[in-house]
Write a protein that binds this ligand. Structure first.
Ligand code: EPU
Length: 434
């Protein structure tokens, strides 16, 4: 096990390079299942969610060759079974994309119910299932398994209206529809940049998908996808996390390899708080020297403020003058991290989907435990801003989605280190209760 030790109170100064987008990678890697031949994917982030997915594909018979640290050749031609490894699947949310990909390729899929970050409520997949059924699949969810079959042997095009603009359902239905006969029209779809990236990847391999990035996506089924090369977009949330870090800790960061347009929803809010942002073509200079102002934030599907930046911005707002209100508009609840910030002297009251944050003079270092990926990132930001030492356990969550976080932060002046600690089960002082 690993923990991070942070001595806070140092402004950040220098350059940070953003990696490829996690949520594009975890969809595009399973999408390779639809490709006949090898596809070269560039700008793949080195994170544990990606490693886990690649292992799942390899176990299924895919060939994965590492070209360099961020480039992989993936060839799924040798996969013969529409069944994925259960144990590994339950550890990662994005394993659900294998349902759409396997259904599209084989007309059937047997996949474990997905795992991933738990925000305190069930993460349903009813909209994915509704789409598959509309395309002619029969889907049963029992004993932790999703079993999807097609009585006709393949899927057909359909008109599908999503009840919620779900990222996962939009991508999964797009994957399943790639080879479906006729036209699939999906309405009220999500518009996140990684959805456009998945559509661009599939189109680059020979698919016919239009409208990604708008409310309606139209997929005209094709016979076959063949190999090619594709580079992933930069990670909007990783970039936003560094923007929040410099907003909180102060200083000036040149954030490189970003698409500034994707950052608008975050940039606008940080500027309202008194952070200075200068945009270049593929980089942004973010600095903060004056006091932070209070703001209200409501998370919404793209192009709204992303829920995956909610814990990070809430942390920065702990140090702003006045009262800020955060409204979580995507998940029922995503405030498990608040208890950890309270230990550092934050003043936050959670009321359902709202968090009311009274700015305080300072946060004080404390021992913390990450409870999900973005919560963990928020705790790192809190540690960077706090006086004294913060120790964060549960960093496996953070390493699921942030490449080289510790190294990147050290390079810009943060006092953070990653240290190995014995597993609690093995610690001599550990007391087992119950
Ligand atoms: N929803 C349903 N039914 C469904 C699917 C979703 O009711 O069938 C609801 C959810 O309960 C939620 C809302 O719709 O209230 C949005 O869920 P969505 O399906 O969009 O989320 P997801 O696909 O499970 C992805 C990201 C999350 C991110 C959300 C929202 C991946 C692997 N995960 O999850 O990312 O929070 O979209 O933008 O792409 C993260 O990166 O930290 C992370 C959690």
């Amino acid at each position: 096990m690993t923990k991070y030790i942070i001595k806070g109170g140092r402004p950040l100064q220098g350059e940070v390079e953003i990696s490829g987008a996690k949520n594009a990678a975890v969809a595009i890697i399973p999408a390779a299942m639809l490709v006949d031949g090898a596809c070269r994917i560039e700008n793949i982030p080195q994170i544990s969610d990606v490693t886990m997915l690649l292992n799942i594909l390899k176990r299924m018979g895919a060939k994965v060759k590492t070209v360099d640290r961020h480039t992989m050749d993936i060839d799924c031609s040798g996969v013969r079974r529409a069944r994925a490894d259960f144990d590994m699947m339950t550890r990662i949310r994005a394993s659900y994309y294998l349902i759409g990909a396997l259904l599209g390729r084989f007309g059937q899929a047997v996949v474990a119910m997905p795992g991933g970050c738990n925000f305190g409520s069930v993460r349903p997949i009813d909209q994915h299932v509704k789409g598959f059924i509309a395309m002619g699949a029969e889907v049963e969810v029992k004993n932790g398994l999703v079993v999807a079959t097609t009585p006709e042997g393949h899927l057909h095009g359909a008109d599908i209206y999503l009840d919620v603009a779900s990222v996962g359902a939009t991508i999964n239905i797009m994957l399943a529809a790639t080879f479906a006969s006729g036209i699939t029209r999906i309405e009220n779809v999500a518009r996140e940049p990684h959805i456009v990236d998945v559509a661009n990847f599939l189109n680059a391999m020979g698919a016919d998908i239009r409208g990604a990035g708008t409310n309606v996506i139209k997929v005209r089924g094709v016979e076959r996808l063949s190999g090619g090369t594709y580079a992933l977009i930069p990670d909007q949330i990783e970039a936003g996390t560094y923007m929040a870090a410099v907003a909180g800790a102060g200083g000036s960061l040149l954030i490189k390899n970003v698409i500034p347009k994707h950052m608008d929803c975050i940039t606008g809010k940080l500027e309202e708080m008194g952070v200075r942002v200068e945009e270049g073509e593929d980089q942004m200079l973010v600095s903060r020297s004056g006091p932070l102002r209070r703001i209200n934030v409501k998370t919404l599907p793209y192009p709204g403020f992303p829920t995956d930046m909610q814990p990070q911005i809430a942390t920065v707002l702990c140090l702003a003058h006045g009262t800020s209100v955060i409204t979580e508009g995507v998940w029922d609840t995503r405030y498990k991290y608040v208890n950890e910030l309270l230990k550092m002297g934050a003043n936050i009251t959670v009321d359902g989907r709202r968090a009311i944050i009274e700015g305080v003079e300072r946060l004080t270092g404390a021992p913390l435990k990450a409870c999900d990926l973005r919560a963990g990132a928020a705790m790192v930001i809190a540690g960077l801003c706090a006086q004294g030492v913060t120790e964060i356990e549960g960093v496996d969550y953070i390493e699921r989605g942030y490449e080289d976080l510790v190294e990147k932060l050290r390079k810009v002046g943060a006092d953070i280190e990653s240290v190995d600690i014995p597993d609690p089960e093995e610690r001599p002082e550990a007391v087992k209760i119950g």
